[in-house]
Design a binder for this molecule. Structure first.
Ligand SMILES: Cc1cc2nc3c(=O)[nH]c(=O)nc-3n(C[C@H](O)[C@H](O)[C@H](O)COP(=O)(O)OP(=O)(O)OC[C@H]3O[C@@H](n4cnc5c(N)ncnc54)[C@H](O)[C@@H]3O)c2cc1C
Length: 414
């Protein structure tokens, strides 16, 4: 049996095409900032333009249908593209929160797909997720943002928190993001307060520049470009409701299924582990047996995550029916991230806590950013406890039994 993946000559030719295109487009020395707090406007704008160029080739969302602005390419092409983007360390190829796109594919009408998919799949617009509220995080169904029907429109009022793509910049004086960043906001809001839980909300696309939308940047442990967003009587036409006016919960489940890890990761990579191995090799530090134990714990932990993520990518691409696999990967990612941060502190010592602003920081402060990043990463898209609840329900060891939400992969297989 041979487990080594061998690329076909056609795939290798495609790799050469992608590589030479990237070498031409990505300026020498262009690096992503470790923390979105250090994202400046110039780099953001370069990246925005670069995403559009990727999009025009169909390489921003390679596996989406061409008719909607995707590449119409295979899983294998996608692997090659992601490997090459990784190799070049292209700064932030995907700083859009795109978890709505699969939901749109499953629940949107043809007209809605034609309206909302192309600008996002080609990088013309960014998307932000407006689910969480100050009083509704893990218990998302208790959200209070209200949508009231007025003629053919809905008028939405409420407050959302932790909103955004992965990066963004804001003026230091105002902490306000600009219109480039606030593209489409996909937002859950209560449409019928008298209806039962989970059948009382809609999934809306709110234009980021609609009157009544304001946003303020949050100063968090790590940047992530997160905002508090206020919706004050924001008027949205009914054509911007996806999946029926009381069906928002079901639509959001598809989005969350993907956010949890239901589509896997195309070419998973743990930069901190790469740096740790490099650090150990170059300094002869690998000779200490305790250090070796700690570093191999970190390596194996992250390798298990890589394999879960690749398995999910394969299952998704092969239209396999999933149950707990998405949340299993999410759970492992979150818990393993915290463990790996501990291992790295133990292996590398105090130097792992020196940040990018200090000239003595090793690897430009990568380890320090990883310490903060892994703490923050335990929360988005459902905390560790929430992921455990989902896995338990899907394994049938809970009073509530549940199935995985439909995704473009499983919906297409039917
Ligand atoms: C970096 C970052 C990015 C994010 N991005 C977005 C975004 O783009 N859009 C968006 O809408 N939201 C976003 N979020 C919000 C995220 O989804 C919420 O933080 C998360 O769902 C938890 O909600 P909460 O913060 O209100 O914590 P809470 O729900 O108050 O939970 C606090 C603690 O209690 C535990 N807990 C709560 N209920 C239970 C229970 N029933 N059983 C056991 N334990 C429980 C939780 O696990 C957690 O440890 C982001 C958050 C972070 C940190």
């Amino acid at each position: 049996m041979d487990f080594v993946y061998r690329y076909t000559p056609e795939q290798e030719a495609f790799r050469s095409e992608v590589r030479s295109w990237l070498e031409e487009k990505v300026p020498e020395g262009m690096r992503r900032p470790l923390d979105a707090k250090h994202m400046d406007q110039e780099l953001f704008e370069w990246n925005f333009e670069f995403r559009k160029e990727l999009g025009s080739k169909g390489w921003l969302h390679p596996m989406y249908p061409q008719e909607f602005g995707g590449g119409g390419l295979t899983a294998e092409h996608n692997v090659v593209i992601q490997e090459e983007l990784n190799r070049m360390e292209v700064p932030l190829p995907g700083h859009d929160n795109g978890f709505d796109l699969p939901a749109l594919m499953v629940w949107g009408t043809d007209e809605q797909k034609r309206e909302f998919l192309p600008p996002r799949l080609t990088g013309q617009k960014l998307g932000w997720q407006l689910f969480t509220e100050p009083g509704a995080g893990s218990d998302l169904a208790s959200l209070k943002t209200r949508a009231i029907k007025d003629g053919d429109d809905w008028v939405i009022t409420g407050e959302k928190v932790f909103v955004g793509g992965d990066v963004g910049y804001a003026s230091e004086d105002t902490k306000v993001p600009d219109e480039l960043q606030m593209g489409e906001l996909f937002c859950l809001a209560v449409t019928d307060p008298n209806a039962p839980r989970h059948r009382n909300m809609g999934f809306f696309y709110v234009p980021g520049d609609a009157p009544g939308v304001t946003a303020q940047t949050l100063d968090l442990l790590i940047g992530q470009g997160k905002r508090q967003v206020y919706l004050d009587n924001v008027r949205v036409p009914s054509s911007r409701v996806i999946g029926g006016e009381n069906q928002g919960w079901q639509v959001a489940q598809t989005s969350l299924e993907i956010e949890h890890g239901g589509a896997g990761v195309v070419a998973p990579r743990n930069r901190a582990i790469d740096f740790m191995l490099d650090w150990a090799r170059n300094d002869g530090k690998s000779s200490g047996s305790h250090l070796q134990q700690v570093m191999m714990d970190a390596y194996i932990d992250s390798e298990i995550l890589r394999l879960f993520q690749m398995r999910n990518f394969w299952m998704y691409a092969a239209h396999q029916e999933m149950t707990y696999q998405g949340s299993q990967a999410s759970l492992w990612r979150k818990e393993s991230g915290l463990r790996v941060a501990d291992f790295l502190r133990e292996a590398i010592g105090m130097e792992s806590l020196v940040d990018v602003n200090d000239p003595k920081a090793i690897y430009g402060g990568e380890f320090e950013a990883h310490q903060r990043e892994t703490l923050a990463a335990a929360h988005p898209g459902g905390t560790i406890e929430v992921q455990k609840v989902i896995v338990a329900r899907r394994l049938g060891v809970s009073r509530t039994k549940e199935r995985a939400a439909p995704t473009p992969s499983t919906a297409a297989a039917k």
